[in-house]
Design a protein around this ligand. Structure first.
Ligand code: ZN
Length: 84
């Protein structure tokens, strides 16, 4: 069972690396949706008319980078400072 879970996670990570954006679920990738009453096309506010949404895996990667990059940079700078 465990190898299947690992394989699934690896496949999803690969998918996020190859294609970090998916179709917007609200407008189905069109960038606009029709209003309920008059069926007029209106820009999609969820994706700001791009028709794209960031995948969860990509969001996780961006969050991790944003959170831990300053700490890693600090460590690297300290190491470079002590070597020189
Ligand atoms: Zn949309």
């Amino acid at each position: 069972m465990t190898p299947w879970i690992a394989a699934t996670i690896a496949a999803y990570a690969l998918l996020c690396a190859v294609s970090p954006f998916g179709k917007c679920r609200r407008c189905k990738g069109k960038g606009h949706r029709k209003t309920v009453v008059r069926k007029r096309p209106r820009p999609c506010r969820r994706c700001k008319t791009t028709g794209l949404r960031r995948r969860y895996g990509r969001s996780l990667y961006v969050w991790t980078k944003k959170t831990y990059r300053p700490l890693l940079d600090e460590k690297r700078r300290a190491r470079a400072g002590s070597a020189a």
